[in-house]
Ligand binder design. Structure first.
Ligand SMILES: CC(C)(COP(=O)(O)OP(=O)(O)OC[C@H]1O[C@@H](n2cnc3c(N)ncnc32)[C@H](O)[C@@H]1OP(=O)(O)O)[C@@H](O)C(=O)NCCC(=O)NCCS
Length: 175
């Protein structure tokens, strides 16, 4: 099954519900996308509203979605976030990278990162930055797509009392 990518898919209640549904499912399957499970659609929706408010044309951030070719089902997404600071305008933060739990492990995550990289190059960016929750083996996924670890804050993410994870900073150089 192939994916079709759309940058700036628009806005509206249907898209927001799809994004919140995917985000909630990915979080409750153990994903590290801003929540620690269990999480409800209401909780994700509140954060999602703030994220949508920063999207173009109102804000500088952009949403990249991937849909299953044929069914049109939302399969994956990520945000390309601006730092809103001129001296950091030559790169973007890639955030909320997620693939629907039923569709993981089929190369869609790698394809999503490749599309973000293609867009970054088209925009003339110098690089893409990611912040990854440590202790989940996610670094190897990003390493395979050309990201390198450039920093690590030990124990910065408290998943639960006694379960602190590193905040790992990764960078994809596009120069
Ligand atoms: C991380 C994620 C985007 C990868 O997407 P995917 O479509 O499953 O990835 P691909 O099929 O392209 O690549 C699979 C590889 O990624 C790695 N990987 C994927 N998810 C992983 C996880 N949770 N932990 C460790 N490694 C993982 C594995 O090494 C896997 O390799 P394998 O097939 O040899 O086992 C997806 O698993 C996901 O949405 N996870 C939940 C949300 C999340 O945690 N996002 C990361 C934010 S930093």
């Amino acid at each position: 099954m192939t994916l079709s990518f759309t940058l700036d898919p628009g806005d509206g209640p249907e898209l927001r519900a799809e994004v919140v549904g995917l985000w909630t499912a990915a979080s409750n399957a153990g994903g590290a996308v801003g929540f620690v499970r269990p999480v409800t659609e209401e909780e994700v929706g509140a954060v999602g509203e703030a994220q949508f408010a920063r999207l173009a044309p109102a804000g500088p951030d952009r949403l990249l979605v991937a849909r299953e070719t044929g069914t049109g089902r939302l399969a994956a997404l990520l945000f390309l976030e601006s730092m809103r600071f001129g001296p950091m305008d030559h790169w973007r933060l890639v955030s909320r990278v997620m693939v629907h739990p039923e569709l993981q492990g089929r190369g869609h995550g790698a394809a999503l990162l490749a599309e973000a990289e293609r867009i970054g190059r088209e925009w003339g960016l110098d690089g893409l930055k990611l912040q990854v929750r440590g202790g989940m083996g996610l670094e190897s996924f990003y390493l395979r797509s050309g990201y390198v670890e450039v920093g690590r804050v030990p124990g910065a993410i408290r998943v639960a009392p006694g379960d602190d994870r590193d905040d790992v900073v990764m960078w994809r150089d596009l120069r």
